[in-house]
Design a protein. Sequence first.
Length: 748
Amino acid sequence: MSALRLTTRFRQDAYEGEASLLVYDEYEFTESTLSEDVRHIFDQRPATANIYVLAPFADEATLVNAIASGVAVKRARRYFEGIGGRVRLLGIEQGDGEKRRVSAIPFEYAGDEVRPGRREALDSRLCSGWLFDLFHRGSGLVEAPAGVHFGKVSGRHSNKFLRASGPLLSSEACAAVAFFAFAAASGMAPSRIFVDTAPIIAVAFAMARMAIAQGLWDKHPPVKSFSSYGGVEKLPRRRPTDFYLISASTSGGLARRLVNSQVDKSRIVTLFYLGSGAAEYDGSVVCNLTYRNDGLFGYPPVSNYPAQDCPFCKEGYFLAQLEGDQFLLERRAIKRLAVRSAAQPKDAREAVERLARTGCLDVTLFKSAVRPAGVALDAESLLDADAHLRGDFIRMLRRFTPAPLNYVALVGLSEEKFFELVKEAGLETIVANSAITTDGLEGLKSVPNGTALVVFGCLCNHAHAREINARMRTLVPGGSVAYLSAVTIAETAQALAELDMFLSFGERGRDTFTFRSALQFMLPAPVPGDTSWEAEHEKLLLMREKKALAPELQSRLDTLNASAHSSNQLFFSGCRPSLEIARDFVYLDTKDRRHEISQADVFAVVVNILACARAENHGLAGKPSRSGVTAWSSSVYGHVLVCPSNFAIYNDAVLRAAFLRAASPSELLYSMDEECSTEMLNVILAEADAWGKGGGDALPEFLLALAIGRMRLARGHCEELCARLNEGQLPEYLRDLAREIEALQHPY
């Protein structure tokens, strides 16, 4: 066919059929072309009940004469018999006041003669139906791949967005949209046309070409893109004759923004709108894509959420921030974060062995301004428990403490412990003449060419260390500063190298200042969002509002309320004894003093292993590599999941619980991959089957992770799991958790 054919279903009295629109972008329209296209329509779409012709760049009188003198109407007549179908020519006529409307001239065949009939108004549903067909065929509605959602330029989040550029890939498509957009516009000819995105500049040019060809405008107005929301404030001074074209919208926010900036709503036209309707929309809408009860086409409304209340963010979906017409076409790749014995380098293994059984580790359950989420380390307890570490740290004090010494800054270390170490190091005389502070460096007098010693018990906050470094450069300008840490925690070797360079680099090059650590340990940096214990606490409170908690759940809630941090109450075992490590744990020596290994020790080991695995199995002693930082991070192109094989291979209940708590919700989003979801379902079902036989100790943690939404399976797998749990002989508190899992699948 030479024309662009758009089709929509349409009810006409008691008959339901198709209405086809033939769009021509030709200066010299020929009736023979129309006749051939009519034949093609009935060959391919025999249910066609009406044919409409649109040639907006040609003279209307010429079109009427050409159709009346041709054979297209005669050819279509035999198909229309009995249903009242017609061939109609579309045009625009002036309505009441400054309003325009689309009208159609029907052609009738009588007495071997084709005659044009009286002009009639076009049903608005036909306009939306044809443009919906254009939009849908051009893949204008983009749905996010599994595990992804979009951040729109309006600041709201959704799993769908509208992309108007896809349907506008031909001059005929632009002509059709421009024709109906021109009819929706009102008022005088524009002096300027502003469009929200560059792809619809072609529509603005088509409007001008059509209006000039029809004698409605005198000249082509300039067309400029203002880049959507980001460019509203940069628009030039408004003129009453300015005209604004918005490509697509699901909320109407951009039109409201323009109206709030003193733009007349009658001068705003939105090409495509998908929402609850256009009744409260500022400006005019050309095509309403929303499905309505009286229509035969349309999409369901799109839900948009404020960033702070976005359910996709809470479920761990990756956020793809849209700019302009960015979109995704390919399915995201899935990378499995598998932990094996090689994942823990030698330096990490040695650090873990020195930290375990010392009682210096605990875990923050409820984060605060002074205590971030994650594993916390008590450096003073470690210095007392680890004689080797204490000796190394005292040696560092002897070797690197400047003399004479003006200032000493203590971070995470008490004065009492510091003086105890100083006495062992034999540095009392040097330290006695210095000013010691534990409350920061504000108010201290600057000493040119002075010296300072900064002592960290546990250096885990790199940003705070950099702030101290910046202050030291003005406190002892041109002087010497030594930064000594008993334990330094870093996420990757690259992060540690960057900290080392920042603290040691100065006006004399890399070794202007000194930075040394007695022990280095690899842990991920705290991330925003609730900890697993905060999410668990909130879920138990919500369950208690519905009905009294089962004794096991109430006991767990009491435990969580008892302290903001813990070393041996991390995991939920329900009616079973507390979870403990078995004798054959490969990542920690369990032959010696196994009973002294706390749950916090096990959790720290698993967190460390995952951090190493995310960095391509490189510990802090390895060569810094930026690729290791990003290789195992989720992005718009791929998603990282903790491999289900980790739960199958490491079958100790305490290890499975540690993996569930240490992984991020994004890494447990198995709902986005059918294969991973199936494997996880099998692991959990095996735990459920073993429960009645005295096994399955990790089942409470699995169900809790699903109930609070940290781990998600595919919808069908969740339903299967809940059905199997209801069939099994499980205690009431596990059934309560199963009901919460089921409720997440049917929130309404």
